[in-house]
Design a protein around this ligand. Structure first.
Ligand code: AHG
Ligand code: MN
Ligand code: MN
Length: 351
């Protein structure tokens, strides 16, 4: 019998109630919730998801292709660039500059901001990123990552060409921020100000699928994460704080975990709690990490997950940047760890 052309049937309920949510669907849902977050925003973020898929594919084959090791170039930070640093930067610049809502890009690997569609009034956004964080881990098959921070141009400046100093915005102005960690799996964690959400890349289909909705940082954890080799050369408050963690004065004895890849160290801290520290020391009196594209996105994620981030004196997100590659000390963690850290810093400033 031929099929009845007038018949239509219900969708199976199991397909409605257990949906696979991709990051693109999630963003569309987010932007419906917020006025001012338009379709071009999710198109912009798709530039980041495309670039990070290309980067992860290269990272996964790093031991097989001629991509391991130093490129023989020193970047603007005076650090040796790895070949993958350069590749990752090119993928981010390539994918994002194709989005006409992007006025300007700023990267750890470029001394100056890069002009994208800076003369167009439709180009509302500025994207700042560290294309490959923890790159010294690549040659030993350790986890690395990409951070990103999305800023909006001031509406009164949209009619004029974008200026380099428009990137110097406090972290609290970020429209969205996040990171991708290239670990045993590839995971994207982002917030657009409405919770923190994690997506795991399904490599078989090439989609970031919601795996960790509404991540909350535990109020406390059991690990602290820092390069302890520098501790003796850091201010006394940091040394006293770490001694308190060792002695169990916060209610539990802490163990240490440190990879030397900020995103991977922070990702663990976000999911299972604890504290990550990169204090100032005599070699790096302003700390080592960069405010705009390392500390700010991490602080934004931490705060939206119920934690906090400080430079020892101020909330990271309140710091007014003065230059694009500015460094800052960074301490980020759960509520209990941060309360104890701030008390230790306050004890120093009271004397
Ligand atoms: P990058 O690879 O982008 O230069 O960043 C490396 C950073 C960060 O990921 C990590 O937390 C820190 O360097 C490690 O520094 P130490 O080796 O001084 O511990
Ligand atoms: Mn980095
Ligand atoms: Mn980097």
């Amino acid at each position: 019998m031929p099929p009845d052309p007038n018949r239509i049937v219900e969708l199976p309920t199991r397909l409605i109630h257990a949906p696979i949510i991709t990051v693109e669907q999630h963003l569309l849902r987010e932007q419906r919730r917020f006025a001012g977050v338009s379709g071009e925003f999710s198109w912009l973020v798709s530039g980041i998801t495309l670039a990070t898929k290309l980067i992860q594919a290269k990272v996964r084959r790093a031991g097989l292709s001629d991509i391991l090791g130093a490129a023989g170039i020193i970047n603007v930070q005076g650090e040796v660039q790895q070949k993958l640093d350069i590749y990752a930067n090119e993928m981010m610049v390539h994918s994002l500059s194709a989005r006409d809502s992007v006025a300007m890009l700023a990267s750890e690997e470029n001394e100056h901001p890069l002009l994208a569609h800076g003369g167009s009034p439709n180009a509302k956004y500025i994207v700042v990123f560290d294309p490959l964080d923890g790159s010294s881990n690549i040659d030993v098959c350790g986890s690395v990552g990409t951070t990103f921070s999305i800023l909006r141009r001031a509406s009164e400046r949209l009619d004029s060409a974008v200026m380099a100093d428009e990137v110097l915005q406090r972290g609290c102005k970020q429209v969205a921020a996040g990171y991708v960690v290239y670990g045993p799996s590839t995971m994207l964690v982002y917030s657009a100000g409405n919770g923190v959400h994690g997506f795991t890349l399904d490599p078989a289909v090439g989609a970031y699928v919601l795996s960790h909705p509404d991540i909350r940082m535990p109020e406390h954890g059991k690990y602290y994460s820092m390069n302890e080799a520098y501790l003796e050369r850091s201010p006394g408050a940091y040394r006293r704080y770490v001694a308190r963690l060792h002695r169990g004065e916060l209610g539990r004895r802490y163990a240490s975990r440190y990879i030397g890849s900020m995103i991977a160290d922070f990702h663990r801290t976000l999911l299972i709690g604890g504290v990550f520290l990169y204090p100032p020391n005599d070699q790096h009196p302003q700390g080592k990490l960069r405010l705009l594209y390392e500390a700010n996105p991490i602080a934004f994620i931490a705060e939206h997950a119920g934690g906090s981030a400080s430079d020892g004196h101020r909330r990271i997100l309140d710091i007014q940047p003065e230059s694009i590659h500015q460094r800052t000390p960074l301490v980020v963690g759960g509520r209990e760890e941060m309360k104890a850290f701030e008390a230790e810093m306050a004890a120093d400033s009271a004397t």
